[in-house]
Design a protein around this ligand. Structure first.
Ligand SMILES: Cc1cc2nc3c(=O)[nH]c(=O)nc-3n(C[C@H](O)[C@H](O)[C@H](O)COP(=O)(O)OP(=O)(O)OC[C@H]3O[C@@H](n4cnc5c(N)ncnc54)[C@H](O)[C@@H]3O)c2cc1C
Length: 449
């Protein structure tokens, strides 16, 4: 497939998150695939509650230091509503401030030059408003009543979206095309031959075959293909509180606030629920599993552990503390409001934060689309087209050529099994889920890397 780009007569997509569903959407719309049988397998009834793509909200922003993602977002942006994103830097917080500052400078430059957004106060028709002082930040976030940062900028064209609703909408669009067969079934393993995936084996033993297998299994992917040194699951903390109608009215039209210094963010409330979270290095959940490609060998990789595995699962104390402190600082009124629920949601992290969208170098009928690295949701409306361009070997435009290079299977793996990303993140690097869960309230975790 990779060499000739023949159109496969059967395509089996595994995983119905952003990558899998948008791929199905793009394939179902292309004439070239009109005779292909397309099946989308998902381990849980859609929408899978523990998928990275399913949540109350995701930030929608073209504010990238990397020009290619900013440019790709120019395509996705018109599909989303604008509600504002306030990107701040907090010079009083621990570490990472130079990086945070650089990120903000580059992101601001990209939204000005690549997207042509207009600088200036919103009341004067500006779309992007620099905030040079804590007072500027305070003015934009005044309804929160706390301290949200020292400086930064607010992009009024960015904002947030109801992530689950977006996915359900995309699913309806795919259903309407009446081209994709949806199946709820969990893949136990891929049966690998020397140069191809021979079959896809479901839990229960049934074996499916397809000309092309598309692996879009998010943070679970390292269970099905060897991604050591290429991509790993890292758990991120989320915490939710209920608020009153008065608080909803006050905070509901606020911009999202994201602190580049420590990765903490608050999504404005909807339906009287507010979310606090961290875009961090996350927790590794090291798990011993059979090598997905070689019989008789065991390997250790990080895989998700979610409420599907342990319904009582909470977040570690250090993550709880980080969310609590950020909430107390930003919205002091809500400082002691208890969490109604918490969640660990799993990124698929790569060393650079670039996604992995590529044919497998060894197995010619295996295409992998994963490595979202905590920032793929916002591309839901357009990423499927780019994925199918890569699948068909059609770079389409200069951006397509740039993205194909960025997302290709790496020539060399990192010489470590677990990948801690070098992409910009908040929090501490090197935390392990079991260790953090076992800790009480005694202390702050220090990086061990
Ligand atoms: C806490 C958090 C915050 C985020 N914030 C943002 C944000 O603000 N903005 C943004 O743009 N992005 C954000 N992201 C990133 C974005 O949500 C992800 O990059 C994107 O959703 C990844 O999609 P995916 O398809 O790779 O994975 P998923 O959505 O996890 O989909 C994978 C699917 O595969 C299924 N699956 C797994 N194994 C099997 C199997 N063996 N058999 C069958 N099915 C299987 C799973 O059930 C799942 O439905 C965030 C992610 C998280 C976790």
């Amino acid at each position: 497939m990779a060499a000739t780009k023949d159109i496969p007569s059967s395509i089996l997509i595994i995983g119905s998150g952003v990558f899998g569903l948008s791929t199905a959407h793009a394939l179902a719309q292309r004439d070239a695939f009109k005779s292909s049988k397309i099946t989308l397998l998902e381990r849980l009834d859609f929408p899978a509650p523990d998928a990275a793509s399913i949540d109350t909200s995701r930030i929608i922003r073209p504010d990238y230091a990397d020009g290619a993602y900013a440019a790709l977002m120019a395509e996705a942006h018109p599909h989303w509503r604008e509600s504002g994103l306030c990107l701040t830097q907090d010079t009083n917080a621990d570490g990472g401030d130079d990086d945070a500052h650089l990120y903000l400078v580059r992101a601001l430059e990209n939204v000005k030059t690549r997207l042509g957004l207009k600088l200036g106060r919103r009341e004067e028709g500006g779309q992007v408003e620099p905030m040079e002082t804590p007072e500027d930040v305070g003015r934009v976030t005044s309804c929160m009543g706390g301290e949200c940062g020292q400086r930064g900028y607010v992009n009024w064209t960015s904002g947030w979206a109801d992530a689950e609703a977006g996915m359900c909408h995309m699913r309806k669009l795919v259903e309407r095309l009446d081209k994709v067969e949806f199946k709820t079934a969990e893949v136990a393993k891929l049966n690998y031959g020397k140069e191809k995936v021979e079959s896809v084996e479901l839990v229960g033993g049934e074996k499916l075959t397809a000309d092309l297998v598309v692996l879009a299994t998010g943070a679970w992917t390292p269970k099905l293909v060897d991604l050591r040194g290429i991509a790993s699951a890292t758990g991120q903390v989320l915490a939710y509180i209920d608020i009153t109608q008065e608080e909803q009215d006050r905070l509901g039209s606020n911009p999202v606030v994201l602190c580049e210094t420590n990765g903490m963010f608050i999504i404005p409330p909807r339906n009287r629920e507010l979310k606090v979270a961290r875009h961090g290095y996350g927790y590794a959940n090291l798990t011993r599993i059979p090598h997905p490609e070689r019989q008789g060998e065991m390997i250790t990789v990080s895989l998700p552990r979610t409420k599907q595995d342990d319904p009582k699962m909470n977040i570690p104390f250090e993550g709880d503390k980080a969310c609590r402190e950020y909430l107390a600082k930003s919205i002091p009124d809500l400082a002691t409001r208890p969490w109604t629920h918490t969640r660990i949601c799993w990124y698929t992290d790569t060393p650079t934060g670039d996604w992995l969208i590529s044919y497998h170098p060894t197995y010619s009928n295996l295409f992998v689309t994963t490595g979202g690295s905590g920032h793929a949701y916002k591309f839901l409306p357009v990423v499927g087209e780019r994925i199918v361009d890569i699948m068909t070997g059609n770079e389409n435009d200069d951006l397509g050529a740039e993205l194909t290079k960025k997302w290709k299977w790496p020539e060399q793996r990192k010489k470590v099994d677990h990948v801690w990303t070098d992409d910009w993140r908040g929090g501490v690097k090197g935390m392990y889920l079991d260790e953090e869960m076992a800790k009480g309230q005694e202390g702050v975790t220090k990086s061990r890397l």
